[in-house]
Design a protein around this ligand. Sequence first.
Ligand SMILES: Cc1cc2nc3c(=O)[nH]c(=O)nc-3n(C[C@H](O)[C@H](O)[C@H](O)COP(=O)(O)OP(=O)(O)OC[C@H]3O[C@@H](n4cnc5c(N)ncnc54)[C@H](O)[C@@H]3O)c2cc1C
Length: 467
Amino acid sequence: MTGDPEVYDVAVIGAGVVGSAIARDLSGHAVSVALLDARDDVGDGTSKANTAILHTGFDAKPGTVESRLVRRGYELLSEYAKATGIPVERTGALLVAWTLEELDALPGLRDKAEANGYRHCEPVTAEEVYRQVPALGPGALGGLTVPDESVICSWTTALALATDALARGARLLLGHRVNSVESSDGTTTLHTSRGPVTARWVVNAAGLGADVLDALFGHRRFTVTPRRGELLVYDKFARPLADRIVLPVPSSLGKGVLICPTIYGNVMLGPTAEDLTDRTDTGTSESGLDFLLAKGARLMPRLLEEEITASYAGLRAAIDHDDYLIEPDPDRRYLLVGGIRSTGLTASLAIAEYVRSVLAGSGLALEPRADLPEPPRMPNLGEAFVRPYQDAELIARDSAYGRVICFCERVTEGEIRDALRSPLPPASLNGLARRTRVTNGRCQGFYCEAETGALLAAASASREGNA
Ligand SMILES: Cc1cc2nc3c(=O)[nH]c(=O)nc-3n(C[C@H](O)[C@H](O)[C@H](O)COP(=O)(O)OP(=O)(O)OC[C@H]3O[C@@H](n4cnc5c(N)ncnc54)[C@H](O)[C@@H]3O)c2cc1C
């Protein structure tokens, strides 16, 4: 598509979970849509490195756009996950008070949840807290249950949305970094690292880069501060210690450090919250690790006896504004979707729905299509659901699903083959890991990376040969 003279009706910049959801939604209408990203894969920015909780929105600030869209997003994504096979586990969460001040805050948190439309929080005694999570450290004074908090696969979510957008006819332009913009005759030309892309409307869903792009459109309304969140992933043996999400009482500094089961069967401790200046610094730090270990020692000492499989960090696109910033500029046919900090995974489908209504209200004709394909059926990466290596019938039909390549995560040759042949194949080992879990286990690829890398290289060579 480089230098393609075609004018798209809408160009969406940023193929994270938010941009992918927007492209999917818009391409359900009679408009042509391009989804651009600087990177070589979808969901490769903040969307790949988060805590992966499907939030009920119980603790959002009532009355904000964020609170409304998180609540709606929870419903929409729960339904979409059922339709596409994105794994979700409704583990529930337990908010634990460790001080008298925190204990006093619990009734207010329940009221806040109700103001956000969530009516299922229940205060519980210290005894009940320990009955629900026996491995908690000593000193818990009471808690509040949030039975509908869930864990989800954030990787599959972004991939499902982008795959769906592709099936609906959107064009995915990866490796297209937007460097400058030029408007004339009712269109905007995005000058990218792979040539120009022209569209009638532009949606800026560029996450950490949204303020820079916003400035290219002549606005000076906000600044993004990358707020790093570091996380430790504990071995699957730790999972019985934490069968639900254990939350701290939120403070003015944020949601705090939590203990969270992962959809892949591990347990996570984190995240930290540290403002940086470098928007690319997704490395972990010694101080972050020490901080998390100190928190973990208090929250759940037994967790620290388990082995750490991995550590990682994600960057929240924090902004100097208390809410999502979704604002159109109808004169320039441009829409900013900024400040989607800590809840964008949950809210993605609701943000897309809202963006659709804002664009329609700003003059974009959006006629729903009657000929939409079925949503894609995604491979299951969830540990709580049947995986190919466990499926005797599947293996009988196709023995590639019986040949395990990654023994830590029990990923089969069939799954790797399917990912490499999918409509949205990975460009790197990390991309393949997000589609299959390969190399993500205890050995971090020590035993399977050579074979996996060879399969990836062969698939890339074959694609290039066919191009
Ligand atoms: C530690 C942590 C924990 C979190 N936990 C949760 C959670 O439990 N639940 C939840 O719902 N949310 C959570 N979040 C928030 C969630 O991850 C984000 O809100 C969401 O991923 C934002 O998605 P996005 O598409 O806006 O951004 P991104 O995924 O960052 O996508 C933006 C894309 O824009 C591209 N881009 C930027 N500039 C340009 C340019 N000039 N040209 C072309 N492309 C460009 C980037 O390459 C990137 O791919 C968490 C975040 C962090 C960091």
